[in-house]
Structure formats: C-alpha cells, structure tokens
Design a protein around this ligand. Structure first.
Ligand SMILES: [Zn+2]
Length: 524
C-alpha cells in the first residue's frame, strides 16, 4: 500500500532509504530553530516481510529531533475539546479514517497526533473519581478542579456562587475579554451545555440551562440561568462578551410562544440583536453573513446539533465550517483571540453505545482541528486538543490487521496468509464485534448470531457487559495534544486544570484575574 506521508507536519522531511539518521551540521548561530535534518525519500511499506519498520521508526525519531520548542508569547489560543474522546476513541477513529481511504488503518495518524507535544491528563473531579463534563470543563476553563456538575464555580460552592458579588473563579474567556482580546465559542452541543457554558457562566449545577428549570431557592439566592448569563456578558464586568457564538440550543433562548422553553417572556436572541449583534439559525444564514457582520450568534438547532452522520449541510454547518468561520473572524483582531471549540456529541453517541456516530463525530472534530492548524501560525497561536473525560469504550479480541474497525472480529489467518478467516467465536460460539462497552443500553441477546451487515449498520449499538440506560464515562486519563507557543509544557502526566494554567502562561498573563484587581502581585 502507499505510505501516507508520516511526517507531513514536518516540512522538508521524508523517509530515508537507509536506516540511519542523516543530519546536517548545526550552524553556529545560537538563535532560531534547530537546523532541519533531512532524509532521502522512499515509499515505505507497513506490510509483509519487507515492511520498512526501521525506516519508519527513524523518520519518527527525526521528526522529534526537529521539533521546535516555541517560547514566545501566544497571541491567540484555541482550545479544542472533544467531549468523551477517550484514547480508544482516538485509536478507533484513526483506523476508521484510514479504512475510509481504502487503507488497513492502523498505521494512520490523525493530524493532531503528529504535532508531537502531548500529555496524559488526569480527569477526576474534586469530588468524583469518574468525572462529568461540567467539572472537567471548569478545570479546563478556569484552572481549578470543581465538583461534578459545576459550571465555573469553586468546588462544593452552592447558592453562594450566585449573585453579582459572588466569589467565583474567572474563566479564560472572561480574562481574555478583560484584556481586550476577541473571544469565541463553537460547539455542536447546546451552547448552554456543560463545556461551552463553563466559558461564560457560573452556576453550581449544569442543569440550570434555562430559567424554567431554576429552583425557587436558586432564584431567591440570585442565581440566573445559563442562557441569560450568555446575554449578560454583553454588559458584564469583564468586557463586551464573546465576539462570536455558534452552536445548538435555541430553545433556551426563546419563549414558549416562539417554540422555546423560557418562562420569563424574554427572547434572548432579540436582546442579542438589540445589543448590536447578528443572529442566524441555519447554515444558509451563516454563509450569507458579511465578513464584518457584528458579533454573530448562530443557534442552528433547538437542542444539540445533528451528529455528523445525520447532518444536513443546508441546515447545519459542520464543526469544521464553524471553526473556519470563527478563526477567520477572530483573526482580524490584532490584539489576539481566545476560541473554545467543542465537539460535543462524541460523548452522546458513546452514551447510546453507538460507536459509528462517536467515531464519525471524532473525525469531524479532527477535520476542524486540521482547519484551524492550517489557518494559524504556530509561532503565534497555541492550539490545545483534548477531551474532558473518557468512555468505557474498548477495542477487543484479536482482529486481524485491517479488519473493519466497526465489524466482527475476524482473526489473522493461522498460516500467516491474507486469506479470509471466519469470525472468532465468543464462549457462546457466536461472533462479537471489536468495539464494545463495559456499561450501556444494549446487551448480548439470548440467542442469534450477529452478522457483519448488522454490525456495520451505522445505527448498531455495540454490546455492553453491565446493563445501564446510558453508557457511562470512564475514569482513565485522556490525552492532550498541543502545537504553538509553550506547547512543550504539555508533557508527561498532568492534572487537567494545569492545561488551563498553560494557556494563561502562554498568553503571558500573570493569572486568571484581571490586571486591575491586583494580579500583578502574583506575577512570576
Ligand atoms: Zn457524557
């Protein structure tokens, strides 16, 4: 098979015909990036007795030798979060990506996997071994771990987090706003859902997305719903609110008369427009917006946006399209920008134990990351790519090389040929799929043999060991990938909230508090 350029990210670098590293001498000048070390090209093979494993390995080493460590100040930061994108999700997605191009798949890399700087991330919440998206997003957006369900409040804060004088952790978006940067939020989930909400809202419980669900005690304590807090940022203490918000979740912004859920009679989309913003609710509206349209708010669905598998392009933009739109607009601010991009529905597909939609949403996320990387300069833009938590999703059995990742387990041929093999039987004599879940809504039926056609159906729900109405998150580490200024700080095994502090550090900010409130004293 044709080897897909392993080192596309490292310019001038290709695979060597020899198994030793060819290098050029280092110049005397101490400044600037290290000299490029180049290898002569070959077409490397990943298959059979003649596979070029040593050359492939040498090229991977060379890429690492040539990896720059950028220590300048970041003008822009883009935080990409794929909700629920566990390590197994990344592995299965890269295999599916390769297989969709007719390759065996295992040798593939997703583009951000080739950036090089990466770390294992400890996801636990302050009060939970296995985390939820709210507590983890609070760690990513504020730099402090909090309780399960928390939206940018301190751990175990309850009604004391409400009201204008409450002491709550500042978010990176608020800190960026306070410094005059442009900010943006993109999500395929409801824009009031856990991850995007932590960028701009402060409530002790993630469910308070709309006023209709706020308990009386919360209202009495001065708590406000998440949707109204987004509008309040336009006239808030930290700046003039995000320059761009694209996602789902229209219902929390509209009254019941207009098809929404609000009980306070407010049409928050009209309030956004009255404050000088632009509002669109379909892909055509987004595409028709002039480049200088002020403060676009796009709410493309009542609740979450469609899975990539089900998305109708005339109705809803892809996460890649929203990301391109956001980077293009925000890049016009010479002061720099902060952008949060969430692919929110990898998580939802996993909860339904539907691997097909989880993987295709993860690949849509990967394309969005790739677009942002193309559109930005790594010398001035730090890009972080991570997940908030994992899922109990596994890649199991002993499938043969190139076995369809969503299909039944077919083992390697015992005689080491490429001849077809029948599916591997489980102890009950029936076939099973490579992908599965520990918890979830679909158990192995009492009888009947699963067919390859059934397993490859995009609607197929993989089997789970423990019956649950919804598959659960997992507690193992996730991965963070980084490119740009100070990306090399993303290294080893780290606490999740450290990623937020790396953002602050890369921007050159003394802390996640505005300069006028004494943060200078905390400068290092
Ligand atoms: Zn979840």
């Amino acid at each position: 098979m044709t080897f897909r350029a392993l080192l596309a990210a490292a310019s001038g670098l290709s695979l060597a015909a020899c198994s030793t590293l060819a290098t050029t001498p280092a110049p005397d000048a101490p400044d600037g990036p290290p000299p490029a070390r180049t290898l002569a090209p070959i077409a490397a093979s990943h298959e059979g007795p003649g596979a070029d494993w040593r050359q492939i390995a040498d090229a991977e080493i060379t890429a690492r030798l040539n990896r720059p460590q950028r220590e300048g100040q970041a003008r822009n930061v883009i935080l990409f979060v794929a909700d629920g994108m566990s390590l197994a999700t990344i592995t299965a997605s890269r295999i599916l990506d390769g297989q969709q191009r007719g390759e065996t798949g295992e040798e593939n890399y997703l583009p951000f996997e080739e950036w090089g700087h990466s770390a294992l991330i400890k996801t636990y919440n302050e009060n939970a071994q296995v985390a939820d998206s709210a507590g983890t997003a609070t760690a990513l957006l504020t730099g402090v771990k909090s309780h399960i369900g928390a939206i940018s409040v301190y751990a175990r804060q309850t009604l004391d987090s409400c009201g204008p004088d409450a002491d709550v952790p500042m978010t990176t978006l608020e800190a960026a706003e306070s410094r005059g940067l442009s900010t943006g939020i993109v999500s395929t989930a409801r824009i009031t859902h856990a991850t995007p909400a932590t960028a701009y809202a402060h409530v002790p419980l993630r469910d308070w997305e709309v006023d209709a669900v706020l308990p009386e005690a919360a209202v009495a304590a001065g708590c406000t719903d998440i949707a109204s807090q987004l509008i309040a940022t336009l006239d808030g203490p930290y700046g003039d609110g995000p320059e761009l918000v694209l996602g789902g979740g229209r219902a929390a912004f509209l009254t019941a008369d207009a098809g929404g859920q609000r009980q306070d009679g407010r049409d928050l989309t009209s309030e956004w427009v009255a404050a000088g913003g632009s509002y669109v609710e379909d892909a055509a509206g987004l595409r028709a917006l002039p480049l200088d349209a002020p403060r676009p708010l796009g709410l493309f669905s009542r609740s979450h946006m469609a899975y990539e598998h089900d998305r109708i392009d005339a109705e809803e933009p892809s996460v890649e399209e929203m990301t391109r739109f956001a980077v293009e607009r925000l890049s016009r601010d010479e002061d720099g920008f902060f952008l949060l991009v969430e692919s929110g529905r990898v998580d939802h597909a996993h909860h339904g134990s539907n691997a097909h939609r989880a993987l295709t949403d993860a690949l849509a996320f990967s394309r969005a990351v790739e677009a942002a990387a193309e559109m930005t300069d790594p010398d001035e833009t730090l890009i972080l790519v991570t997940a908030d938590h994992g899922h109990v999703f596994s890649i199991a059995g002993y499938p043969r090389r190139g076995n369809p990742i969503l299909g039944l387990v077919h083992p390697p041929a015992p005689d080491l040929t490429d001849d077809p093999t029948p599916p591997s039987p489980a102890q009950d004599g029936r076939p099973y799929t490579t992908l599965g879940y520990y918890t979830g809504p679909h158990q192995r039926p009492e009888e009947g043999a699963l067919t390859q056609e059934q397993a490859l159906d995009p609607d197929y729900r993989q089997e789970s060991a423990v019956p649950m109405g919804s598959e659960t998150h997992s507690g193992e580490d996730v991965i963070a990938f980084a490119r740009g200024p100070w990306a090399h700080l993303v290294d080893g095994t780290m606490e999740q909230n450290t990623l937020n502090r790396i953002i602050t550090f890369a921007y050159g900010w003394p802390g996640n508090t505005p300069p006028e409130t004494g943060a200078d004293a905390a400068a290092d």
